[in-house]
Design a binder for this molecule. Structure first.
Ligand code: NOJ
Length: 533
């Protein structure tokens, strides 16, 4: 990649769940025009790119991750013209637009599936995975990630179809060349409009064992054994996925400066690292290790060092604390008396590590998960797995102005999910008015990262630090930045080595003044970035 800036490596991404960002037409659900109207917030925050969760036509069995037409916009979210306007206005502000692409499965209402299920002899039969049953039951022992067997019986044709998720989400057959061509053309459709890239949904699932063999059972499977108590040898992360990815990458390479970040939902960083190939597969692979990390300096350090060691030279790390599938990190790391202190330290870490940070809309104002009453739960997982596993709590609407009706999100009497409760001050208007807010800290960190190449592209080296502190150095072309994060609740002194300090940021005190010190005293739960002179 040389030394040229590469936007997907050196920039900051911001994920938007379109249902929950801004409702422009007053129906209680966010839309593309709403996102367009909020671009000034994103430009002010300084993010380089947005990722939009699916907005294509969908029966919404899984809120858009069940796509019924890959090349259009669901009327709930607007029109293709709205998309083009959003794209143009984002580009005018220097913000790139990436969108979700869901290659593993479509909706059961997709015309491809309708044709496929019509008859065993249908021309598109093989675009999905159909098999005869075994002993009156499903063809093998695979289970759906969303509960129950991964197979649905189709009485009309007497066969079973595979669905790794809901039965309304039949798996596409990536071993069929026509299907592959059709899915590649979907990419071209959006690329030709100027779309900058894709977040690829569950990319590690598109290749399955061609013989559909049973997964081995885990001996004495306990609660951590994985769904179905199985070792997922044959239904995910099949070696053939890499050749399929190279084909996808070749399509992206037909267009300049486009990228893909893949959802590789494997918690084994060595496997995740393989998805970069030799620079001919994913540009970025999500590393989700922080989603399961306890609030512990040593645990974070271990995750970062592990991935740093495994990341191939062609690769580049990614860091994620929150998304639409897991409880928000402000909730995971919440503390009864510390307010936003931990969210501040977490933000500093996310935005100063080597690797692309992915923010999730609302984390910049410290949004917590909302305890959605059971009768208002929407997520299918509440039904197919358990209400406690519903993802609605992290998908509630963005809070723009707590003093405005509908929090400035909607003019409808009821948004699709409740807006709160949330701690006082969890809204953009209140935090814009407060220079010391979490929102301003995010903005300052994004700006600092952009200003200093050491922070957006420098090397990473962990530094020795007292227990409870995660400290590291970032360096580029002789310029250095040092970061020290106190995860603990007691003050601590940290020696950072000699060198003049030219400036920086503290999560507690804002701007750091130039100094000649080689040691800092960190307050409880304080993080600091020092730019070396
Ligand atoms: C991963 C997505 O992030 C999640 O929201 C969705 O339910 C599944 N893939 C199925 O598409």
């Amino acid at each position: 990649m040389g030394d040229a800036p590469v936007w997907w490596r050196h920039g900051v991404f911001y994920q938007i769940y379109p249902r929950s960002y801004q409702d422009a037409n007053g129906d209680g659900v966010g839309d593309l025009e709403g996102i367009r109207r909020r671009l000034d917030h994103l430009a002010w925050l300084g993010v380089d790119a947005i990722w939009l969760s699916p907005f294509q036509p969908s029966p919404m069995a899984d809120f858009g991750y069940d796509v019924a037409d890959y090349c259009d916009v669901d009327p709930l979210f607007g029109t293709l013209a709205d998309y083009d306007r959003l794209l143009a206005d984002a580009h005018a502000r220097g913000i790139r637009v990436t969108i979700d692409w869901v290659p593993n499965h479509s909706s059961d209402r997709h015309p491809w599936f309708q044709e496929s299920r019509a008859a065993r002899t249908s021309a598109k039969r093989d675009w999905y995975v159909w098999r005869d049953g075994r002993d009156g039951g499903p063809p093998n022992n695979w289970v759906s990630i969303f509960g129950g067997p991964a197979w649905e019986h189709d009485p009309a044709t007497g066969q079973w179809y595979l669905h790794s998720f809901l039965r309304e989400q039949p798996d596409l057959n990536w071993r069929n060349p026509e299907l592959v061509r059709a899915m590649h053309d979907v990419l071209r459709f959006w690329l030709a409009r100027g779309t900058d890239g894709f977040r690829i949904d569950v990319i590690h699932r598109i290749a399955k064992d061609p013989e559909l063999r049973d997964n081995p059972l885990l001996p004495g499977a306990g609660p951590d054994a994985g769904y179905g108590g199985q070792r997922h040898l044959h239904d995910e992360n099949h070696p053939d996925v890499h050749a399929m990815l190279r084909g996808i990458r070749a399509v992206l390479d037909e267009y300049p400066e486009r990228m893909a970040v893949g959802e590789v939902y494997l918690f084994d960083p060595a496997e995740v690292a393989r998805y970069y190939g030799r620079g001919d597969e994913l540009h970025l692979a999500f590393n989700f290790s922080f989603l399961r990390c306890p609030w512990d300096a040593a645990a974070f350090r271990a995750e970062v060092e592990r991935f740093e060691a495994l990341c191939p030279p062609e690769g580049w790390p990614t860091w994620v604390l929150s998304n639409h599938d897991v409880p928000r990190h402000a909730t995971r790391y919440d503390h009864p008396t510390l307010g936003d202190a931990r969210a501040r330290v977490a933000a500093m870490m996310l935005l100063t590590l080597r690797g692309t940070p992915f923010l999730y809309a609302g984390e910049e104002i410290g949004m917590r998960n909302v305890a959605v009453p059971e009768e208002r739960l929407q997520d299918p997982l509440a039904r197919t797995l358990h209400p406690a596993l519903s993802r609605d709590g992290e998908r509630t609407p963005m809070r723009w102005d707590a003093a405005a009706p509908g929090c400035g999100f909607t003019t409808a009497a009821e948004p699709w999910l409740p807006l709160g409760p949330q701690p006082p001050g969890t809204d953009v208007a209140a935090q814009r008015a407060d220079r010391g807010s979490l929102l301003w800290l995010y903005r300052d960190l994004v700006a600092l990262r952009r200003e200093h190449p050491a922070l957006h592209r420098g090397t990473f080296r962990a530094l020795d630090a007292p227990d409870g502190v995660f400290a590291y150095e970032r360096a580029h072309a002789g310029r250095r930045a040092v970061v020290a994060l106190n995860f603990g609740e007691a003050p601590v002194d940290v020696k950072l080595g000699p060198g003049r300090v030219a400036g920086g940021l503290s999560t507690c005190h804002g701007r750091v003044l130039p100094d000649a010190t080689d040691a800092v005293s960190l307050a409880p739960c304080e993080g600091i970035v020092l730019i070396r002179a």
